[in-house]
Design a protein around this ligand. Structure first.
Ligand SMILES: [Zn+2]
Length: 199
């Protein structure tokens, strides 16, 4: 399946003085998720999310404040990507087997996908380069993806419980209790993840 639930898309944003001034614009355009791994910033403080320069600013200083070159990225992906770039041309991000694909580019999904269990895997040689360079095989990406699924399921179950309660059906009490235990459990798992994953 597709790696990202929603594809990021940069709007036309008026030029700003510093690249950090674009943080909220990036957060909106990347749907609150890392462009590379799709981890949500809901599990962390959004301030902990980094702003990645797709073509590194250390090599291409002229692109430091270019919105088209900025990516909302978790610190795990951004720190791994760092200054890495395959050549001397900012417009050539890969050679077909090495380098990167802009997460806002439709081609991103040609190279990477997610297994039914939530692991991020490569579909191509270039995809394999990105998995290794960005450490996309980290278990945290799989854990957070599954946690997001559990949260969505809980959001479906919560209103159902209320409807059961309001209908005052005694025979469903055991079922309601079971669902409430499930909800408590998923909340507990998320709280634990926040601690274990460095929120
Ligand atoms: Zn990431």
């Amino acid at each position: 399946m597709a790696l990202r639930e929603l594809k990021p898309a940069r709007r036309d944003i008026a030029a700003k003085l510093k690249y950090t001034d674009y943080r909220e614009d990036l957060r909106t355009d990347f749907n609150g998720c890392c462009g590379y791994c799709d981890d949500s910033d809901a599990y962390t403080d959004s301030i902990c999310f980094h702003i990645d320069h797709f073509a590194p600013k250390s090599q291409f200083a002229e692109l430091e404040t270019s919105y088209a070159n900025l990516i909302y990225a978790c610190r795990f992906c951004n720190m791994r990507k760092s200054y890495h770039w395959i050549g001397l041309d900012s417009t050539v991000p890969n050679d077909g087997s090495r380098g990167f694909v802009d997460p806002c580019d439709d081609q991103y999904d040609d190279h990477l996908e997610r297994t039914a269990e939530g692991a991020i895997v490569s579909k191509t040689v270039l995809g394999r380069y990105m998995v290794n360079r960005l450490n996309l095989h980290l278990i945290r990406h799989q854990v957070l993806w599954n946690s997001r699924r559990a949260r969505k399921l809980r959001e479906e179950i919560d209103p159902l419980i209320e409807r059961f309660k309001q209908a005052e059906l005694p025979k469903s009490e055991a079922y309601i209790a079971l669902l409430e235990r499930y909800i408590d459990l998923t909340r507990e798992i998320e709280r634990y993840e926040g601690l274990a994953l460095g929120r």
